[in-house]
Design a protein. Sequence first.
Length: 341
Amino acid sequence: MDYAEYLRRLPKVELHCHVEGTLRPATVADLAKKHGIALPTEDVDELYTYETIYEFLDIFRFVNSTVIDRDDFARVAYESLEDGVKLGNLKYREMFFNPTLHTPRGVPMATVMNGLADGIHAAEQDFGVRCFLIADVYRQDSPEMALAMTEDVLANRVPELIGLGMDGAEAPDPPEKFLASYQLAGKAGLRRTSHASEDAPPANITACLDVLGCERIDHGYHILSDEKVVERCRDEGIHFTCCPTSTAVVYGWPDLTAHPIKGMIEAGLKVHLNSDDPTMFRTDIGKEYVDFIGQNGYPPELAKELVLNGVDATWLDDSDKAELRREFEAELTTLDAQLVL
Ligand code: ADE
Ligand code: ZN
């Protein structure tokens, strides 16, 4: 087996993937037809083209207007996991969804959450992949809207719901704006994470950890501009869910050999790789490892370290995490025996 195939076949955990960013173009076309929604182009693939996070977020909203009933939500969750399994040997995911992308257009929260849970169950049955859900605060919403969303999520809780996160454009809206949502989530026993320092200074990482009670950081690239925050996160073993391709496209790091993720690894931070919005960025979880590890000439030892960082960063309890680690280590040993460098 060559190195690219080996990287694609490594067993993987994914902790930074937005279900709404995983819609297959053919599914968007199908759902648009089903609900009589006009698309601006027959070639739906053409929709997925942008240069800034703001353009991206507009299309993200638009394509998801085709996802309406419980079956639609089940279908997109199922296909999203199927793609992860088939393209990158995905074993386990904690998956974001954006409730306020759906509820303001009249979709009940129960439809969103039960539909996603249906798709997760079906994918586990067919492919053995496991998945939990993280509800995302959308940064451009008001604090009141985010709090109402958090209450609504908790009132419609499904067993798969394990956490609260936050996405959207980071620069204009600081983490502290959403303290009430994070406090409520913490009281209700949800785990907490947030996109931070994707497009803002490392002070946002500190605020997420100290003010919002986050345990992980999604992205985090600008941390490298503050050695003290780097030192703290290294000492505390904070995990960073990094996304090479999405940020290469919308944040101006087109060369993966010069991406800040490299500096984060060199600084001793705990990093693993994720696809973020795979279909929308024309990537998949397998390709993220093939491209980032391959283009940087990293050895198998580092690839395996990143994979196992993903396992350690999950919110599984200790015994389930240890079990997952054993499964991964056994599969890695088998793959190592087949690798021809
Ligand atoms: N929502 C979905 N993908 C996102 C990203 N990469 N950054 C911010 N918000 C997002
Ligand atoms: Zn993201």
